[in-house]
Design a protein. Structure first.
Length: 127
């Protein structure tokens, strides 16, 4: 019995410590159907449908400002419900409301499980 315990301790002692990254660096790329460049896109966190929610923890992250179609944030790895309405500013100074709904329900949620992930957000242009 002592020999089994000794072997078990030796095996555990020789194992290499593996540190798992609990966070994902997410790059969000906004894409409009007409291909226009969005200079700035802001999402109002107070609107109830604007979600970047981790379904595992219940944490709802605030969207960063998109600059030249891109935004980045660091979140805990998990399954995410993502959807929003936002205000886009274009190079000519015009504004428009845009919407993203592809992953806005628990059934359509997206997995963010890698250390780094890029999500392409195909936006709907609202009039």
């Amino acid at each position: 019995m002592l020999a089994i315990i000794t072997v078990a301790l030796l095996c555990c002692g020789c194992a290499k410590d593996v540190e798992e990254n609990l966070f994902c660096q997410v790059s969000l790329q906004a894409v409009l159907p007409d291909g226009r460049n969005i200079v700035s896109l802001t999402v109002d966190p107070s609107l109830p449908g604007n979600l970047f929610r981790n379904l595992n923890t219940g944490i709802n992250y605030a969207y960063p400002v998109f600059v030249n179609n891109v935004a980045s944030l660091r979140v805990k790895k998990g399954v995410y419900q993502i959807g929003f309405d936002g205000e886009a500013l274009f190079q000519d100074g015009s504004h428009a409301r845009v919407r993203f709904t592809a992953w806005n329900t628990p059934l359509t949620a997206v997995n963010l499980l890698e250390d780094n992930q890029t999500l392409s957000l195909n936006l709907i242009l609202l009039k």
